[in-house]
Ligand binder design. Sequence first.
Ligand SMILES: [Zn+2]
Length: 226
Amino acid sequence: MNENPLILILLGKSGAGKGTQLNLLRERLGLEFIGTGNLLRERKKIKDFTGKKIAEVIDNGGIIVTPIPFKLWMDSFEEIKNNKENFNGLIIDGSPRKIKEAWLLEEALEWYEWDKRVKVILIDISEEEAIARITRRKICPGCSHIVMFSKDDTDIENCPQCGSKLIKRPEDTVEGIKKRLAWFEEEVGQTIKYYEENNMLIRINGEQSVEDVYSDIIKAIEDDNN
Ligand SMILES: [Zn+2]
């Protein structure tokens, strides 16, 4: 058991490449993963009052109130604390978004005695870059794999992982993206500012190659002065 496990909080706009980095970090560093989106999707499957309400709110493009994901994180933390023999650390993705989530998360990490090596990583890209990337991407309905198109591979039609025909997500229009970016600016912007003012934020240039972004993250993790 690692005495000071690494707690990595990953922030970034849609299209910043969080998913890609998350997979690399999990694979190469052997970290556990808590994704708020995944937790809510799992919880939705239980057809009780809250499960049904989560489905309803998500389907209508609404936001789930903070206590719901917070309870799910706490349950996941408890599970890891009790059952993971070789716990190196954890990546938290998709949270905290609102500033009150950042405060709650901080206290939760103290409670579980995981507050010694917390790194908040912002994979930073401009709005223009986010729009350019998201309008180009397609997603696999079979395995949820996201294919980002560069100039060279616009002709891929099937998922490189499972072969299903790729689709464009209906919300990935310029208008849909602009709405999500405005929401990010308003909600997550405050959280980013909070981490920045407390000297906890590590800003990584997300407009580089996948490997360069990854190696910048690794350097930031290893530098224990931040
Ligand atoms: Zn696939």
